[in-house]
Design a protein around this ligand. Structure first.
Ligand code: NAG
Ligand code: NAG
Ligand code: NAG
Ligand code: NAG
Ligand code: NAG
Ligand code: NAG
Ligand code: NAG
Ligand code: NAG
Ligand code: NAG
Ligand code: NAG
Ligand code: NAG
Ligand code: CU
Length: 576
């Protein structure tokens, strides 16, 4: 009798214990909700000897760094005290079931108007590493951006020894003019927008520009110590090479996904991309330049041909006396057109472990990505057609130049069944097949404007071949997909050939990213599972190209039940 009671008791205790374990893994005990206020406002900032008002968050340039653990939630109340419409995008955050918080204007929300506010609420689910946030409205992200660092869940650790220090390195672009005026001028004239006056590291151009050395960013390090640099390319329109004099960089992550570590002296980061690198202070105590300069793949196009620097400064044993007086050592950076260095870097990336690449492809898509030229419309004056030979610049995917709606966001129109805002006929293949990377006939250069989306069923397995074109100018395009991470299973030059190139697919350990650099005059193949319902824009992250229409959107339908459906819109969602 007594024995029976005892065994019953232990079974009961066992069940209680099991319930406790199940419960605590489904609802992590330590997940936090982080509340922030972002006030978007004009702030006077002086760079390159000139002071002018730029748009900032909370007066900071770059904006505040957000730090969270995987599993935490963010509630960011954005108050717009600027004279412009604004939205904020949480670049790389999956936004599972919360597309209303994604941010691209007229895609998932109408803009927050001057005087308005909106609270972005979302949870980080299964992501670790370096992401960032930025404005997704006109060219405001030139100065409205900051880092978003996601630490592992409480109690978990990195797949590499814990670094002594961790430093966000935000690469940006500085204009002496107002960036909004720059894009407005280009929209009016149809020509190429003016290029920036400087690149920046954590908001500072550095020693190689006039009047800048006073504010140069200094990154301290101690001899023997290893630091993690979280490199983010927040530049508007330029891919950048990045290097540190006399130090090797060990690449351990990109776009908040871990990679098989490898050592290199230079990395290439496209706008929208992030790269985590470990650096060890194994050189004589001194000051070393950290530098970034352009990777420019488009031939003959104007670009900002300058170099930004920060200083890696040894502390203890310290660089003092003679050492501190010496000019920092400058790294050797590749030439601006060194495509082979850019390529060998991107082809070195491998996921840390074997990954579940989708293999039962339901949607086999082929999208061309590239520029174009529009003929001057008859009612336009020549001052409005300042593109090559009296044309206007444009850009497209599959010959559709993306036009944002203006009366409803696409997501709202979809959710509420509002007609005439978008159509669902974005083509799965190019409407005309041609030699994409050859000498393309002028008759193919002018795309059709449209607000067309491509519908995906919930859970479908998607492959997209992104094929660059040689129309007007071939160029490496950093293509960013919202709401998803994807595997980059292959890339190459020339026209994609399914027979020959499928054999190159890496279905074992391809890198997972949210932004892929489609090689100049080449292609990249990506795969993902459409497990996040909503409307998700895919676009070139060179802002000049998105302004010209290099974008499209996926409409991913709800699946079955609440957990496979988008949440209802928040009550404070801005309307048009
Ligand atoms: C662009 O550059 C041109 C030529 O230097 C200059 O005249 C124009 O004012 C600039 N535009 C803006 C918006 O700064
Ligand atoms: C820096 O100043 C010098 C001397 O005033 C001038 O010659 C040079 O053109 C300036 N460089 C830049 C990049 O503005
Ligand atoms: C350096 O900048 C600080 C503020 O950032 C300013 O107070 C100081 O006068 C500047 N020094 C020089 C030599 O320009
Ligand atoms: C860029 O600047 C470097 C160094 O100042 C120079 O050697 C190179 O020719 C320039 N390239 C272009 C395309 O202007
Ligand atoms: C890069 O540009 C330089 C001129 O600045 C040219 O001499 C060289 O051939 C170019 N290299 C490539 C790979 O296009
Ligand atoms: C040209 O005409 C179209 C309609 O035909 C109109 O929408 C557009 O505003 C006109 N543009 C200019 C610059 O007059
Ligand atoms: C512009 O016209 C010139 C002379 O007709 C021609 O050589 C050039 O290829 C044209 N450029 C474009 C982009 O059409
Ligand atoms: C929204 O704008 C589009 C394009 O201008 C127009 O066709 C449509 O009728 C508008 N919808 C509503 C409900 O006003
Ligand atoms: C490209 O094709 C056009 C028309 O077919 C021809 O005039 C031009 O010479 C060609 N350009 C090259 C670089 O082959
Ligand atoms: C794009 O569509 C326009 C209009 O139908 C056509 O003239 C052009 O040749 C097409 N270009 C391509 C690359 O399909
Ligand atoms: C701001 O957004 C509203 C829609 O919410 C739009 O009607 C207006 O044109 C936008 N203003 C600018 C300057 O883009
Ligand atoms: Cu592009």
């Amino acid at each position: 009798m007594e024995g029976l009671e005892k065994s019953k008791m232990s079974v009961l205790l066992g069940i209680v214990f099991l319930l406790f374990v199940a419960h605590s893994s489904a609802f992590p005990a330590y997940s936090k909700v982080h509340n922030h206020n972002f006030v978007v406002e004009a702030t006077p900032v002086k760079r390159l000897c000139k002071s002018h008002n730029i748009i900032t968050v909370n007066g900071q340039y770059p904006g505040p760094t957000l730090e969270v653990n995987d599993g935490d939630s963010l509630e960011v109340n954005v108050v717009n005290k600027s004279p412009y419409n604004v939205t904020i995008h949480w670049h790389g955050i999956r936004q599972m079931r919360t597309p209303w918080a994604d941010g691209p204007e007229f895609v998932t929300q109408c803009p927050i108007r001057p005087g308005g506010s909106y609270t972005y609420r979302f949870t980080i689910q299964g992501q670790e590493g370096t992401l960032w946030w930025h404005a997704h409205s006109s060219w405001l992200r030139a100065s409205v951006y900051g880092a978003l660092v996601i630490y592992p869940k409480q109690g978990s650790s990195y797949p590499f020894p814990k670094p002594k220090r961790e430093v966000p390195i935000l690469l940006g672009e500085w204009w002496n003019a107002n960036p909004i005026d720059v894009i407005r001028e280009a929209t009016r004239t149809g020509g190429s927008p003016n290029v920036s006056d400087a690149y920046t590291i954590n908001g500072q151009p550095g020693d190689l520009y006039n009047c800048s050395s006073n504010g140069t960013t200094v990154i301290p390090i101690d001899s023997g110590e290893t630091s993690l640099l979280r490199v983010i390319n927040a530049a508007l329109n330029q891919e950048l090479f990045f290097s540190v004099a006399q130090h090797k960089l060990t690449v351990v992550g990109a776009d908040a996904s871990y990679l098989k570590p490898f050592s290199t002296s230079v990395i290439m980061v496209g706008p929208g991309q992030t790269t985590d690198v470990l650096i060890t202070a194994d050189q004589p105590p001194a000051r070393y330049y950290i530098a970034a300069k352009p990777y420019q793949s488009a031939q003959g196009a104007p670009f900002d041909n300058t170099t930004t620097t920060a200083i890696l400064e040894y502390g203890s044993p310290s660089c003092s006396g003679q050492c501190a007086l010496k000019k920092p050592v400058m790294p050797n950076l590749p030439a601006f057109n060194d495509t082979s260095t850019a390529t060998s870097f991107s082809q070195s990336l491998r996921s840390l472990r074997k990954v579940p690449v989708p293999i039962g492809i339901d949607e086999n898509l082929f999208f061309t990505v590239g520029l174009g030229l529009n003929k001057c419309p008859p009612n336009f004056s020549s001052s409005q057609c300042q593109g090559p030979n009296g044309t206007r610049f444009t850009a497209s995917m599959n010959n559709v130049s993306f036009v944002l709606p203006s009366n409803f966001s696409i997501l709202q129109a979809h959710h509420q069944g509002i007609p005439n805002v978008f159509t669902t006929d974005f083509p799965a293949n190019p409407p005309v097949k041609f030699d994409y990377t050859g000498n393309v006939s002028r008759s193919l250069w002018q795309p059709i404007p449209g607000t067309r989306v491509y519908k995906l069923r919930y859970g479908s397995e998607v492959q997209i071949v992104l094929q660059g074109t040689n129309i007007q100018t071939a160029e490496n395009h950093p293509i960013h997909l919202h709401g998803y991470d994807f595997y980059i299973i292959a890339e190459g030059f020339g026209n994609f050939d399914p027979k020959k190139d499928s054999s190159k697919f890496n279905l074992v350990d391809p890198p997972m990213r949210n932004t892929v650099g489609v090689p100049v005059n080449g292609w990249a193949v990506i795969r993902f599972v459409a497990d996040n319902p909503g409307v998700w824009i895919m676009h070139c992250h060179l802002d000049v190209h998105i302004s010209w229409g290099l974008a499209m959107a996926f409409l991913v339908e709800n699946g079955v039940g609440e957990l496979q459906s988008i949440e209802p819109p928040p009550s404070d969602l801005p309307l048009c």
